[in-house]
Design a protein around this ligand. Structure first.
Ligand SMILES: CCCCC/C=C\C/C=C\C/C=C\C/C=C\CCCC(=O)SCCNC(=O)CCNC(=O)[C@H](O)C(C)(C)COP(=O)(O)OP(=O)(O)OC[C@H]1O[C@@H](n2cnc3c(N)ncnc32)[C@H](O)[C@@H]1OP(=O)(O)O
Length: 130
């Protein structure tokens, strides 16, 4: 995935590890990629956040071995609620649409695990809190 202006774009190719019906991508694998895709928008809007709710509309068949195209953006920021949108395409065919509400949290949210946080997270959200 990469950042282009206010959008996250990227590609993904699923293989047999991500299969559901023979030759098709498992819907849960698509949902995991969608969550990750939408999560990357947090970097663009400079807000640490977590997924509170996400829906995935499965619009077309996702086949293993195809390079699928990813795109996501932030539709609205409403207080701590961050409304994210994303799409997965195979060529011109829409495969999945994602909608999620992420909630803006303080980086200390992740301290509960006891694992050290990446040093780069220290400034994450600085512009949002300014
Ligand atoms: C996400 C980053 C982690 C990974 C980072 C990795 C790299 C870092 C770099 C960048 C990120 C890049 C990629 C991201 C990768 C992956 C993304 C995966 C993301 C996840 O995999 S993340 C794990 C799953 N996720 C959780 O583990 C959340 C568990 N949960 C909670 O921790 C709490 O539940 C919390 C904090 C959500 C809220 O708790 P709270 O006490 O702080 O706030 P409160 O409940 O008061 O709600 C405040 C306002 O949000 C509204 N609100 C709340 N929940 C709502 C819902 N479900 N639907 C609609 N609105 C909702 C309320 O209605 C209120 O709205 P209002 O202010 O208008 O009244």
């Amino acid at each position: 995935m990469r950042f282009e202006g206010d959008r996250v774009r990227g590609t993904v190719t699923f293989d047999e590890r991500h299969g559901g019906a023979p030759g098709f991508v498992h819907g849960g694998a698509l949902a995991a990629v969608m969550d990750d895709l939408l999560g990357n928008v947090l970097i663009i809007i400079d807000r640490p956040g977590v997924t509170a709710t996400m829906t995935v509309d499965y619009r077309g068949p996702a086949l293993l071995g195809r390079q699928l195209r990813l795109e996501a953006w932030c539709e609205e920021i409403d207080g701590r609620k961050l409304h994210m949108r994303g799409e997965i395409h195979d060529g011109d065919t829409l495969i999945a649409e994602g909608r999620a509400i992420f909630i803006h949290v303080d980086v200390s949210h992740w301290e509960a695990s006891g694992h050290p946080l990446p040093a780069s997270w220290q400034d994450w959200g600085a512009t949002a809190n300014a």
